[in-house]
Design a protein around this ligand. Structure first.
Ligand code: GLN
Length: 276
């Protein structure tokens, strides 16, 4: 069937053509995961042979991908902010769109030892990326799902960022300090009726991380309202939301008394975050 790296790629790309928009890339990522090499290796040594164990493993991975399983779940990892995050089906897979939230947070005029809270941290992607860039920030990351807390802790340990505190908490329930300089969140914000929930990777992600009531606004609104009690004077709230939700989130934050409310666009020019 296939023996060399080039043949394996060719075989897998063909198999995945109809099920993935990124068949060739998927084929590469899975093969690199098996041979533990950088991408250039595939094209420098295309005639290198796989062992029979590697062939078997590759066939299994490609088979899972054919059934729709996200690449990140198959290889157990996803890069975010150029850092490797372990992922599993208990949380959202970190999205490149969310990097704009990290960048926006890093550009705020915060003190060297700012206190920061990340609500619904999932893999820990946002909190740990911030900790990676700002080693003196006092960062707390919470999630209500115990498996997510375990995963965020595992990522914290793997990335050697022990200063980040990871707690189980349903939004603010376990938080008992009221002096955060920045509260960030990428909460669930998709309308429960949204048809895109039946397509692609989201089928394999937990609905608790994706959907919210009130057409997706329930958690955004809840966080914006409650956060006022947990922010230090002059503190910031920074929320990710869907690209069609910016005006409604902005109006809500203004109504709640936030000042200097601003929309931030992601790298695809979509309104992606609101800061206040
Ligand atoms: N942006 C993600 C998506 O469209 C959803 C992330 C979220 O709900 N927080 O799939």
């Amino acid at each position: 069937m296939f023996q060399t790296l080039a043949q394996a790629l060719e075989w897998a790309s063909t198999r995945l053509q109809d099920v993935s928009d990124s068949a060739k890339l998927d084929a590469e990522v899975m093969l690199l995961h098996i041979i533990h090499k950088q991408r250039s290796y595939l094209y420098t040594w295309p005639d290198e042979r796989l062992t029979s164990e590697q062939v078997t493993e590759y066939k299994q991975m490609v088979g899972r991908r054919e059934l729709g399983t996200p690449i990140a779940h198959i290889v157990g990892e996803r890069e975010f902010w150029s850092l490797p995050f372990m992922v599993n089906p208990t949380t959202l897979i970190p999205r490149p769109d969310t990097e704009i939230l990290v960048e926006t947070a890093l550009n705020l005029p915060l003190a060297e030892n700012a206190k920061v809270l990340d609500l619904g941290t999932g893999t820990g992607a946002i909190a740990l990326s911030l900790a990676f860039e700002r080693s003196n920030w006092q960062i707390t990351a919470v999630d209500k799902v115990l498996e997510a807390v375990a995963l965020a802790k595992a990522n914290r340990d793997n990335l050697k960022l022990p200063q980040v505190e990871v707690l189980q908490s349903d939004w603010f329930d376990a938080i008992n300090r009221y002096d955060f300089n920045l509260i960030v969140s990428n909460p669930p914000y998709i309308d429960e009726e949204d048809e895109h929930l039946s397509q692609g990777d989201v089928r394999f992600e937990p609905h608790s991380a994706l959907t919210a009531g009130e057409h997706g606004y329930a958690d955004l609104f809840y966080i914006a309202e409650a956060a006022r009690d947990y922010l230090a004077p002059g503190g910031y709230l920074l929320l990710e939301h869907g690209f069609g939700q910016a005006l409604t989130v902005r109006d809500k934050m203004i109504e709640l008394g936030y000042e200097a409310v601003a929309t931030v666009r992601d790298f695809g020019s979509n309104d992606r975050c609101t800061l206040g």
